[in-house]
Unconditional design. Structure first.
Length: 561
């Protein structure tokens, strides 16, 4: 018997149909699939569940609802699990280097399973930061009908009549080091901040990317807003399972959804919500998989024309679940559409245009979370690209409205994150200092660690308006203050950040998009001639392989051959 002519089974039929595939069917029978199951389209449920962190903890149960939706719509779901690395748990340790590396491993593992088994469609369940773009990268690489479902935000913690996120815990560490809170209060904040399952509660990287995915067309509109423990999330799981079968029958693939216009929409979503600088890395990496040209200048251009219309932490007042109460991510999208900031003609996973999906948005009367384009919280978006003699290939910062936009000071130079953290804890960093942390880039780290511990400690000590940080590493979406990351070229490959010396003058001029060291071109060239690359920190294993293959942060820090 030849493979099935049914186009919805074009991939799986090669694996399970006919006499020669009896052995494969025998294996499937052993785990409970019968002939009827195998005669239907096979749908991969790519799960990133783990019980090692709250972000992805609820995904195992959510998968059951997705499977039910697939079955009801005429498909046969099969689940597999891949890895997830918690940024919040690994932050400030050598383990944090695994986080960005995990993005590539997750994308590769989804690709391998999808190709190996010949799945006809894919639903990827995601939550913590790197799992979201990794799933998007895999879907765009494979271009098999599929979508991404976000597990949802954690509920805010509560302490002394205020909402808490994990960012408050990191800042409390800095406050404790400064002596402004005691052991008991730090402990109370630690216990209160994370009340259950779900991804970090502000417009940090997970919620930024979940928002962007609805604008991009890789997640169903309205699916990301309900929290991780909200019963509505189960209904979203079922809807996603049914919807992927509609995508399969219609022959709509991720690259048809994630067009150049859709990527511009996604950038606007990140900029207009004061979202994470990590969105730059991740959207560039995904665009590469989609074959869509995207540069740092595109982020600058779109951010400049996009006002911040959502007051979300860390730069604003509210947490992610407040967006849901206000009317959802779709309310943000509707405001941007009404303001002609996004293209409403792009397709969504429902098969309808984005403008059609937003036609029936319901705003909660009296909500204060989402503003209008005419009366925004800030006139331009939060993402800013800086260049200059310290970052010829670019650097990224986020301006939410409270940070200084011009700061010039003496460089305090550290070769790794831990050394800077020790200096901050010892109160050796003072007003006017520009903290420089280098050899933490994609190759030099390797893995481009986030530095929320350092940035939060600076803010927690009351130095957020007088001390800046410059690094070839990156920042958490929870970071606030004047922090410049993704400096490229990175130190390990001989970028100018490698030759900064203690006491050099560094100027950060956000209004003029400039990051500069007070040296002439001749002085920089002379120092670079004398510079020698350090030995790699890892000579074998996954970190060594990653360092050998990873590109610049200015290109999305993707691995390539």
């Amino acid at each position: 018997m030849p493979p099935s002519p049914d186009p919805t089974r074009a991939r799986s039929s090669v694996v399970v149909d006919g006499r020669d595939r009896a052995a494969a069917r025998s294996f499937y029978h052993a785990v409970g699939f019968n002939d009827e199951d195998l005669s239907k389209p096979l749908v991969l449920i790519a799960n990133t569940w783990t019980d090692a962190m709250p972000c992805n903890f609820g995904l195992r149960a959510l998968a059951d609802h997705v499977k039910a939706g697939v079955r009801a719509a005429g498909g046969t779901p099969m689940e597999f699990n891949t890895i997830a690395v918690s940024d919040g748990i690994t932050m400030g340790t050598e383990g944090m280097k695994a986080s960005l590396v995990s993005r590539e491993v997750i994308a590769d593992s989804i690709e391998l399973v999808a190709r190996g088994y010949g799945f006809d469609a894919i639903v990827a369940l995601v939550a913590c930061d790197k799992t979201i773009p990794a799933a998007g990268m895999a879907l765009l690489r494979l271009d098999v009908p599929g979508l991404v479902l976000y597990g949802g935000s954690i509920a805010p913690g509560r302490y002394k009549d205020r909402d808490l996120t994990i960012g408050d815990v990191f800042e409390a560490i800095g406050q404790h080091a400064a002596g402004t809170i005691d052991d008991a209060e730090l402990r109370a904040i630690e216990y209160a901040a994370c009340p259950g399952a779900g991804a970090c509660g502000g417009q940090f990287t997970a919620n930024t990317m979940a928002t962007a995915f609805e604008f991009l067309g890789l997640s169903p509109v309205g699916s990301a807003s309900p929290g991780a423990t909200d019963p509505r999330k189960e209904k979203e799981g079922y809807r996603a399972g049914a919807m992927v079968m509609d995508l399969l029958r219609a022959g709509i693939t991720p690259r048809q959804l994630a067009t150049r216009a859709a990527f511009d929409n996604a950038i606007a979503a990140a900029a207009g919500t004061g979202g994470s600088t990590n969105s730059v890395l991740h959207l560039m990496a995904m665009a590469r998989e989609a074959g869509v040209p995207l540069t740092l200048e595109d982020f600058e251009r779109i951010s400049e024309r996009t006002p911040i219309i959502a007051s979300l932490r860390p730069g604003g007042e509210y947490v992610a679940l407040d967006v849901d109460k206000a009317g959802g991510i779709q309310l943000i999208a509707k405001r941007m559409l009404d303001g002609k900031l996004i293209d409403g003609s792009t397709l969504t996973p429902s098969g309808r245009r984005l403008s059609e999906e937003l036609a029936d948005v319901v705003e909660t009367p009296g909500q204060q979370v989402v503003a209008t384009v005419d009366h925004p919280f800030k006139r331009t978006g939060g993402l800013k690209i800086l260049r200059g003699n310290l970052a010829p290939d670019g650097a990224v910062t986020k301006i939410a409205g409270h940070e200084p936009t011009l700061l010039s000071g003496r460089a305090r130079v550290f070769e790794r994150e831990e050394d800077a953290m020790h200096a901050i804890d010892a109160r050796e960093i003072v007003a006017g200092d520009i903290v420089v942390i280098r050899y933490e880039g994609p190759k030099g780290g390797p893995g481009m660690r986030e530095m929320l511990g350092v940035t939060a400690a600076i803010v927690g000590q009351g130095l957020g308006e007088s001390v800046a940080l410059v690094t070839d590493g990156r920042f958490s979406g929870a970071t606030r203050g004047l922090m410049v990351g993704h400096v490229a070229p990175e130190a390990f490959v001989g970028g100018p950040i490698a030759i900064v010396r203690e006491g050099d003058t560094i100027t950060i001029d956000v209004e003029n998009s400039r990051l500069a060291i007070g040296l002439s071109d001749e002085e920089i060239a002379e120092r670079l001639r004398a510079w020698r690359a350090p030995a790699p920190r890892y000579a074998s294993g996954v970190f060594a392989k990653y360092a050998a293959m990873v590109s610049s942060a200015a290109e999305g820090a993707v691995t390539r051959v």
